[in-house]
Design a protein around this ligand. Structure first.
Ligand SMILES: *[C@@H]1O[C@H](CO)[C@@H](O)[C@H](O)[C@H]1NC(C)=O
Ligand SMILES: *[C@@H]1O[C@H](CO)[C@@H](O)[C@H](O)[C@H]1NC(C)=O
Ligand SMILES: *[C@@H]1O[C@H](CO)[C@@H](O)[C@H](O)[C@H]1NC(C)=O
Ligand SMILES: *[C@@H]1O[C@H](CO)[C@@H](O)[C@H](O)[C@H]1NC(C)=O
Ligand SMILES: *[C@@H]1O[C@H](CO)[C@@H](O)[C@H](O)[C@H]1NC(C)=O
Ligand SMILES: *[C@@H]1O[C@H](CO)[C@@H](O)[C@H](O)[C@H]1NC(C)=O
Ligand SMILES: *[C@@H]1O[C@H](CO)[C@@H](O)[C@H](O)[C@H]1NC(C)=O
Ligand SMILES: *[C@@H]1O[C@H](CO)[C@@H](O)[C@H](O)[C@H]1NC(C)=O
Ligand SMILES: *[C@@H]1O[C@H](CO)[C@@H](O)[C@H](O)[C@H]1NC(C)=O
Ligand SMILES: *[C@@H]1O[C@H](CO)[C@@H](O)[C@H](O)[C@H]1NC(C)=O
Length: 304
């Protein structure tokens, strides 16, 4: 058999070209911002603002400044617009390892999405995987906000509970001071710790407007919560995220962060792993799998 070119009449060609056009360009024309993983509107019992109020004008101007900013390249945005009682304060924070263009795109998306999901709300908090945004009429800079808090844990357990538990203790006691010692542009640390056949990969982060002391106590509170939570078996899970407006932490058994890991002063002892055990899956794939099996719990205010 030989391949033959089938002559195509012009109307068929036109149809094909317009289908191709739709496939190529339609998604970008109708592209909506991705949904937040979590969001909270008026989470501290504020009321709604009225349409066309000064508050709304200030909020819109603040959000568009955030969306169009090209000066900030360290992933932390804190802005205020207006005067009391119509003053709006906002913070946006990208995960410490994301590239600048990805961060800007994430913040841009969050400024649009937050208005869609919290219309007319005086105060709001929206969380994506790579960035978060919050605004309020009250002052939020340099203040540790513990609520709302979001706890998500993978349902699967690690292979060696004792070793993994020890690895997490070691890892977080190293990462927390490191993040807290960051400057007013970034308070973030990432790292890994071997736990036998598996390896724990973790990140910790505070909004860098917090002092070092505020940051470390915020993160230590999160780790303490996890240690005491869920009959003590949260430390056995292959993936956990705990997010509050002021600080957050996460671990997985596969590498989920971008760029260089911490430089370790002394390499941790490597425990040789049996060849039969498959290595933890890496990158995006393991990430997606982790997200699918996640259970979401909103931690009651009294517990944190
Ligand atoms: C908001 O108000 C509700 C009911 O009045 C109360 O149960 C809740 O604790 C309040 N939340 C905050 C953050 O103050
Ligand atoms: C913020 O707005 C709420 C009403 O929604 C009001 O009770 C509160 O006093 C305001 N806070 C500030 C700092 O203006
Ligand atoms: C604020 O507006 C939202 C959306 O329009 C509405 O669902 C909510 O009930 C309002 N809250 C208050 C306190 O009026
Ligand atoms: C923000 O995103 C919108 C579409 O979602 C786009 O039109 C706009 O150009 C973006 N702004 C910046 C500064 O990138
Ligand atoms: C990860 O880093 C690469 C190289 O710097 C960059 O191209 C990519 O956009 C980054 N991804 C994220 C999610 O930041
Ligand atoms: C922002 O939203 C667009 C769709 O409007 C999406 O293609 C892009 O990946 C989003 N950016 C990030 C960082 O998630
Ligand atoms: C709620 O608002 C009150 C009054 O502005 C403030 O003192 C308190 O810290 C806020 N709580 C949270 C959890 O944001
Ligand atoms: C914070 O530290 C980073 C990395 O060391 C540095 O590039 C940046 O200039 C510092 N920012 C401030 C405000 O000191
Ligand atoms: C934003 O935070 C930095 C410290 O991280 C501080 O120097 C600056 O004054 C803050 N901006 C506002 C508007 O509060
Ligand atoms: C852990 O991180 C170090 C860099 O700090 C890297 O050299 C090592 O390969 C990592 N280990 C694993 C199992 O990914």
């Amino acid at each position: 058999m030989y391949a033959t070119t089938v002559p195509m009449d012009s109307s068929k060609l036109e149809l094909l070209l317009s289908l191709l056009y739709i496939l190529l360009f339609q998604p970008s024309l109708s592209a909506a911002q991705p949904n937040f993983n979590n969001y909270y509107c008026n989470y501290n019992n504020t009321s709604n603002y009225t349409a066309n109020s000064n508050y709304q004008r200030n909020l819109n101007s603040l959000l568009s400044s955030l969306a169009s900013d090209t000066q900030i390249d360290y992933g932390f945005y804190n802005l205020s617009v207006g005067e009391f009682p119509d003053r709006v304060n906002a913070i946006a924070l990208c995960r410490g390892d994301v590239a600048v263009d990805v961060c800007r795109s994430c913040v841009n998306n969050s400024t649009r999405k937050i208005l869609q999901v919290c219309p007319n709300e005086m105060e709001a908090f929206g969380v994506y995987e790579l960035c978060m945004i919050r605004y309020s009429n009250r002052s939020i800079f340099g203040v540790v906000d513990k609520q709302p808090s979001i706890y998500r844990a993978n349902v699967k357990d690690v292979l060696d509970v004792v070793l993994f538990n020890q690895a997490l203790q070691t890892l977080f006691s190293r990462l927390i001071p490191k993040a807290a010692s960051g400057n007013s542009s970034k308070k973030f640390a990432s790292g890994n710790q071997s736990a036998g056949v598996q390896t724990a990969y973790a990140i910790v982060q505070c909004t860098p407007d917090l002092s070092g002391t505020q940051c470390s106590s915020c993160l230590r509170r999160l780790f303490m919560f996890i240690t005491n939570c869920c009959d003590g078996n949260a430390l056995w899970k292959i993936g956990v995220r705990l997010i509050t407006p002021s600080c957050n932490l996460r671990w997985e058994i596969g590498n989920f962060f971008n760029g260089t890991l911490e430089i370790l002063p002394t390499p941790p002892p490597q425990i040789s792993s049996p060849a039969s055990v498959p290595p933890p899956s890496q990158g995006k794939k393991s990430n997606t799998a982790a997200v699918r099996t996640i259970v979401i719990t909103v931690v009651p205010a009294a517990e944190l």
